[in-house]
Design a binder for this molecule. Structure first.
Ligand SMILES: CC(C)(COP(=O)(O)OP(=O)(O)OC[C@H]1O[C@@H](n2cnc3c(N)ncnc32)[C@H](O)[C@@H]1OP(=O)(O)O)[C@@H](O)C(=O)NCCC(=O)NCCS
Length: 284
């Protein structure tokens, strides 16, 4: 059996036998197709049929299938909350009511707002700029950027918060916002999928050097704390990405440790620095 066929067989056994057999009375679902829906939606960051043709195990990318398998294994191991994963899936499908999200947050010439289709072109341009992507494993294509923007906006539907599209003087210049980390990460607390919230940013090159990321991140943190009750967040960057670490330091975050990012291939970009913001440290 090829390695890919082996992983597909692993997936089928996971959703058709191992998860249903392990299902406990408190679990929100017990049937194979419900487990498949939840894991695939969370691996795709939205209803899986929007981005993958059925049957998903045969057509989705190897990375996507591995993500779905990892989520299922984490449910079995007790390190992923099946109720949270199910809520996210049902919210994306419009099957449960979710709390209203403000259209935007404003600070003078800065506007943090939900994503629009017109953001795709400028977002793709910055994702294709080698200066912006210096610390990422590779540049992104336009379809990848469109998918990334869509998955960011769906975070608001699932969680009530997410990475906001950032407008400066009425021009889209990137994003700043918070994400629930939906992969196991090798730092304390990171093993519990979905339990840690990360704050992140990516701006077009001509918007650097003016304090925009720091101002936008402060708005995000105030909204997270005030509206969502989330006060503990982490941020991380490749060890060489001093500009990003400087934003974390301006926000009053404290460097905690270094770790090897599991989604980054072996090489100089793999080593990451983790910063934490705990409630007592939020700077005004
Ligand atoms: C990381 C990134 C968002 C940082 O942007 P930035 O503009 O350097 O960060 P800030 O918004 O905090 O701005 C700080 C700079 O603005 C200057 N500045 C000007 N006015 C300012 C103000 N009112 N307040 C704060 N800083 C101000 C600061 O002096 C500093 O300039 P310097 O770097 O020359 O010292 C940006 O470099 C980026 O998008 N990088 C590519 C993507 C990326 O790596 N993302 C992070 C992945 S982990």
């Amino acid at each position: 059996m090829s390695a890919a066929a082996d992983r597909r067989a692993h997936w089928r056994d996971l959703v058709a036998r191992r998860l249903p057999e392990a299902a406990r009375p408190g679990w929100p679902v017990h049937l194979d197709h419900c487990f498949a829906r939840i894991l695939l939606d969370n691996a795709c960051g939205g209803p899986w049929r929007d981005s993958v043709k059925p049957p998903a195990h045969a057509t989705m990318s190897a990375d996507g299938l591995e993500h779905a398998i990892a989520l299922g294994e984490a449910v079995l191991a007790g390190t992923a909350d099946l109720a949270l994963l199910n809520r996210q899936s049902l919210a994306w499908r419009g099957k449960i009511a979710t709390a209203p999200v403000p259209d935007g947050l404003r600070d003078g010439d800065l506007l943090l707002r939900r994503w629009r289709p017109a953001d795709t072109a400028p977002f793709a341009a910055l994702n294709a700029d080698p200066a912006v992507m210096e610390f990422f494993p590779r540049l992104r294509t336009e379809p990848e950027s469109a998918a990334e923007a869509g998955s960011y906006d769906r975070r608001f539907v699932a969680d009530g918060f997410g990475p906001w599209a950032l407008e400066w003087d009425s021009r889209f210049v990137g994003f700043v916002g918070a994400f629930r980390i939906m992969r196991a990460m090798p730092f304390p607390g990171g093993e519990r999928i979905g339990a840690t919230v990360e704050i992140g940013w990516r701006l077009a090159r001509d918007a650097w050097g003016q304090g925009l990321a720091t101002r936008a991140a402060r708005l995000t943190l105030a909204d997270l704390a005030g509206r969502c009750g989330i006060r503990s967040v982490v941020a991380y960057a490749a060890s060489g990405n001093r500009r990003s670490q400087a934003v974390m330091e301006r926000l009053g975050m404290v460097q905690a440790e270094t770790f090897a990012h599991p989604a980054v291939p072996e090489g100089p970009l793999r080593s990451h620095v983790l910063y934490r913001l705990e409630p007592a440290e939020i700077s005004a």
